[in-house]
Design a protein around this ligand. Structure first.
Ligand code: PGA
Length: 246
């Protein structure tokens, strides 16, 4: 089980960032859960360490390989810092204009520089005609179609329905709906893998994961982990959440 703490832009002091990482270190040294911290970019160099526990993720990555790209944080730079993962295509970045094509090229940059991409997919809303399934299929295809079989297996997917993000456990997805969505995602993935290899892709869920619902969402062994936003920036809430599935 992987739990990714996506701090978004909630943490705006180094002191608070250090407190959260110290607490995550304690959690990471004990349980069977792999903890990954995704701090804002300016903190990455404070915490990144390839063998580190917790592992460190960037919240975004450039699709530029480097050179004349003012303001970009590139995959080679992140790799050399000791960053192991990058969240790519988060809905909050898609809302700023990131297209499926741009996301696919970011995924390629990450993979060719030894960084594991955690790629976010998810529908805005659920319509009665189930067009959202088609929407998800397009997102999945745009990520996996351009990749080799070997690279496809290195992608971690995070299913994050937008309507469930930033709310409370009560408004999150139900365990039953999550189960069905993961089955659907694996069915689409099977088109991009030989044999049963699609079953090996790690799929995380994100969207109002809190201590109160994480255990129920983890039941059934369909889910390989969670991408946690607001509940990851309070040390005791995050510890309660990790303990609930340890
Ligand atoms: P949330 O955010 O846990 O605050 O809903 C999750 C995410 O957007 O990654």
């Amino acid at each position: 089980m992987i739990i990714v703490a996506n701090w978004k832009a909630y943490v705006d002091s180094v002191a608070k960032a250090k407190t959260l990482v110290t607490s995550a270190k304690k959690l990471a040294s004990k349980g069977n859960v792999e903890i990954v911290i995704a701090p804002p970019a300016p903190y990455l160099s404070l915490f990144a360490d390839k063998k580190g526990k917790p592992a460190i993720a960037a919240q975004n990555i450039s699709d530029s390989a480097g050179g004349a790209s003012t303001g970009e944080v590139t995959a080679p730079l992140l790799h050399n810092l000791g960053v192991s993962y990058a969240i790519i295509g988060h809905s909050e970045r898609r809302a700023m204009g990131e297209s499926n094509e741009r996301i696919a090229s970011k995924v390629m940059q990450a993979l060719s520089n030894g960084i594991t991409p955690i790629v976010c997919i998810g529908e805005n809303e659920r319509d009665a005609d189930a067009m959202y399934l088609h929407f998800l299929r397009t997102q999945i295809s745009s990520i996996f179609a351009p990749l080799s079989q070997k690279d496809r297996a290195r992608v971690v997917l995070a299913y994050e329905p937008l309507w469930a993000i930033g709310k409370s456990a009560a408004e999150s997805i139900t365990p039953n709906d999550l189960y069905e969505m993961i089955l659907y995602i694996r069915k689409v993935l099977a088109e991009y893998f030989t044999g049963k290899n699609a079953d090996k892709v790690q799929i995380l869920y994100g969207g109002s994961v809190e201590p109160g619902n994480i255990r129920a969402l983890a039941e059934g062994d369909q889910i390989n982990g969670f991408l946690v936003g607001h509940a990851s920036v309070d040390a005791s809430t995050f510890a309660a959440l990790v303990k609930a599935v340890s």
